[in-house]
Design a protein around this ligand. Sequence first.
Ligand SMILES: Cc1cc2nc3c(=O)[nH]c(=O)nc-3n(C[C@H](O)[C@H](O)[C@H](O)COP(=O)(O)O)c2cc1C
Length: 173
Amino acid sequence: MAEPAAHHPGEYRTGSDPRTLRAALGCFATGVTIVTCLDQNDEPVGLTANSFTSVSLDPPLLLVCVDKRAASARALTAAGHFAVNVLQTGQQPASSRFATKDQDRFGSTPWSPGEFGPPVLRESLGVFECATHAVHNGGDHHIVIGQVLRASFDPVLDPLLYFRGRYRRLHFD
Ligand SMILES: Cc1cc2nc3c(=O)[nH]c(=O)nc-3n(C[C@H](O)[C@H](O)[C@H](O)COP(=O)(O)O)c2cc1C
């Protein structure tokens, strides 16, 4: 069984069903981002990712893990620049679009070219425009590390969250 029944703790061990590990990892609540770049033909490329993590303040580094099987993987690991668009609650449709095959991702999402090339999604909660610093091997994912060249953010909007495989929102007040 992939997910533990309500009130029964789940447990993963080496050799268990990987869906149990996925369920365990899903107890770490995250925000949601769309990572974008330009491919070799200068066409916009992007995918939804919640593996975003800050790495270092000096130098300013962040990372995102990209599935090696993702169609965007080649462009994202080859690009000299990429952008991490941190989503707000109103961008849930964009998150779904950028996580689904055969969608007109950029045709249906307001965006404009960022200062360094990669597309910036308008109405995002925050945008980190990066130069690619390193790409490391991370098992079935690439670990893409970016040096932040510019970070812009909205002081008011609420974040789109992801927890136990579902979108969530803050509800402190
Ligand atoms: C909330 C959420 C988070 C995701 N996080 C990641 C991630 O961190 N890395 C990744 O490679 N795919 C992630 N995905 C899956 C990709 O968005 C999805 O496989 C997408 O279709 C890949 O697009 P592509 O094959 O066109 O590159 C996530 C999907 C969702 C819905």
